[in-house]
Design a protein around this ligand. Structure first.
Ligand code: GDP
Length: 312
């Protein structure tokens, strides 16, 4: 069975890592959001792509969920001393990734090729694909005006109230050959527990209409990033509320209602299961919290059991 996972950063990377523990590189491909990529300090920074790569390479910082473990901070400290921008925290080892990626992009290499080479250097066996080689930039419409994603997310700490989103460049961004292959050859697409608005929607909007996530017997299954009405990390629940939707696993299921065959919700949300079933999808309840590596593997196995039950 072939599985293609769609992932953002922190939540997505954790389940992608779990799936990578139980599926071979032939069975699993991971497509990652690049909507929150940006140019900063003259460098192209791809936060979700790097989080997924660092996580699968066991290089990730387990405390923050982003950046690298055993990191030092000399470069950013010295940039700060010189009066440069230091609001986006980049560690010294992390800087090397962005410097080398930017050098190669300037030479004309694609983000897909560069990511593949980096994965090889980091010992990652599974294929990690950026959703597109053309830039797509998530713009957040807020009560403080339209903000580039990292300006909203990191610089303004998600404080402005959200009114909507725009994905700049999405109309002309093509899914790459590798992404097309990964979707078309997949038996199941797994939407990881990532932020639906700013991690998964940019992927879905970039891939479709050129590609159909469902089709020819392919199923789509999502894992809820909302547990007990709250996000584990980040602004997903706040975004639902500010857009006038009560944040819940049900709201996530409704958000994806047109593409989902199955939905994994947390045990604490059992009371929502009947409502979710009513929107025409199969459900699976389990503990979806991933506090450590064995939780990731456990949840990945649960998702695979669910998929198995859907296929029989
Ligand atoms: P970002 O781009 O770094 O914000 O990362 P994602 O979009 O991939 O992840 C953010 C989402 O992951 C949030 O909505 C969190 O609630 C969700 N999340 C983080 N950790 C977990 C977890 O252990 N279990 C589940 N179910 N969701 C999680």
């Amino acid at each position: 069975m072939k599985i293609t996972a769609l992932a953002g950063g922190v939540g997505g990377a954790k389940l992608a890592h779990g799936l990578a523990q139980v599926l071979s590189p032939e069975e699993l491909t991971i497509i990652v959001n690049t909507g929150d990529d940006f140019e900063h300090l003259g460098l192209t920074i791809c936060p979700d792509l790097d989080t997924v790569c660092y996580t699968l390479a066991n290089l990730a910082n387990p405390e923050t969920g982003w950046g690298r473990k055993d990191e030092t901070w000399n470069v950013i400290a010295n940039i700060e001393k010189l009066g440069g921008p230091s609001w986006f925290r980049l560690g010294d080892s992390d800087f090397a990734t962005h410097i080398e990626r930017t050098r190669r992009l300037k030479e004309g290499q694609t983000l897909t090729q560069i990511t593949q080479d980096f994965c090889k250097a980091w010992g990652i066996k599974h294929s990690i694909l950026p959703m597109s080689d053309s830039p797509v930039r998530t713009m957040v419409n807020t009560d403080a005006g339209e903000l580039a994603f990292q300006e909203y997310f990191v610089h303004r700490r998600c404080e402005p109230r959200v009114k909507g989103f725009r994905f700049e460049g999405v109309e002309i961004a093509e899914p790459t050959v590798g992404v097309k292959e990964a979707v078309e050859s997949a038996d199941v697409i797994v939407i990881c527990p990532s932020n639906p608005w700013v991690s998964i929607d940019p992927i879905i909007k970039t891939l479709t209409p050129a590609l159909s996530l469902k089709g020819r017997g392919r199923m789509v299954v999502a894992v809820s990033p909302i547990i007990g009405g709250k996000a584990i990390k980040g602004p997903a629940a706040k975004m639902f509320s500010e857009l006038g939707i009560e944040p819940s696993a049900l709201a996530v299921a409704k958000h994806y209602r047109n593409i989902l065959d199955g939905f994994v919700l947390d045990d604490v949300d059992s009371n929502l299961e009947d409502e979710i079933k009513k929107i025409n999808m199969k459900t699976w309840k389990t503990n979806t919290l991933m506090n450590n590596v064995s939780d990731r593997t456990r949840l990945a196995n649960d998702v695979l059991h669910f998929i198995g039950s859907l296929l029989t």
